[in-house]
Design a protein around this ligand. Sequence first.
Ligand code: EPZ
Length: 431
Amino acid sequence: MEQYVIKGGNPLVGEVEIGGAKNAALGILAAAIMTDETVTLENLPDVNDINVLLEAIECIGATVQRIDRHTVKINGSTIGVVSVDYDYIKKIRASYYLLGALLGKYKQAEVPLPGGCNIGSRPIDQHLKGFRALGAKVQIQHGAIVAKAEEGLVGAHVFLDMVSVGATINIMMAAAMARGNTIIENVAKEPHVVDVANFLNSMGANIKGAGTDVIRIRGVEKLHASTYAIVPDMIEAGTYMFAAAATRGDVLVKNVIPKHLEAITAKLEEIGCEVQEFDDAVRVIATGRLGRTHVKTQPYPGYPTDMQPQIAVTLALAKGTSIVTESIFENRFKYADELARMGASVKVEGNTAIIDGVETLTGARISAPDLRAGAALVIAGLAAEGVSVVDDIVYIQRGYEDFEGKLRTLGAEIERVSSEKEIQKFRLRVG
Ligand code: EPZ
């Protein structure tokens, strides 16, 4: 098991380059198998979740060819089975995007039902409601979702009961090759939803309205080859923006779309950071102690749930009392007890965390409860006095490429280690 060992207290200063969006790439990889022609995907992040989905795609028979660290060619003409192994769903829930992709292309699919995960119970009833509306017979059999549309899929009018990124993407994929027109209302507007729609359109789909509340799809018979570059990762970018804020640093975050970061930028400015926007970069400058604020997570363009732990850690060091409300997932405050071990004053009541800012945090041994909370605890370690050890970093590796390497270029003292001996060596070295 690997850990991060961190000597905190240095302001992060310098430039960092953001990679492709993991959550866009997961949808796009699944959609790539919907054509029998070869698709080239660029700017793929080299993170565990992506690599597991690539394995799942290979396992159903598609050809996957790695061109370089961030480029892959996929050919779906060799797919032999339409059922996905449970191992993949266990490792990464988003393998369920293969349900929409396989159902859209082959009119049948079998994918194990994902269970809950660390951040909540995460039902997928809206995905299934959409498939049913398109004419598929969907059953749960022996722990798997078995979907079949013997007469083919037919365009339909779907109204989502709640805004869901996953349901929007899954239904959009299935409808791309259905007969006739589909309208999906109350859809998610996240940049990754737009990116999957743009990618499908680049393969010949006819999808309009992605990024608004209503998506309209005119089904096409076939999709074709495409070369497509994944959109920059707004959550990776936001994580470095808050790392700059919490450590009172000065960081230029490059290769981003500043428009996607507006909710994050607004909160940083509210707590006293200076944020400069450029064409494809943002610079965050934090001098002195930051101020308090209240924040509530919401679907895009609201403040993202995937950025909730990072702002909470920053507010733990701000002056005054802040209230953080999580309205998307029920279990996203698991970092609070870990943060308290570093000296933070965080009280969680239901879906709200009340944070009384303290002047300093002190390094401690803490453990990453999930991907974003793990990244946030690393930020806490970077801002704290002394040495922190973060366990269970396998969660962080699911979604951040070379996290420690990028942080080191910003002056962070952080190492990835895999034994107590290495931790000891680090402690001796940093004194
Ligand atoms: C996506 O999850 C992201 N994952 C999550 O990223 C992100 O936190 C989340 O969207 C919200 O932005 C991927 O894109 C792979 P939802 P998803 O469906 O699609 C409820 C990260 O750290 N709901 O938008 O699973 C659900 O329980 C992560 O990268 C239903 O009730 O999220 C939640 O309360 C983790 N029924 C809300 O809707 C459904 O059928 C939004 O979930 C679907 C969702």
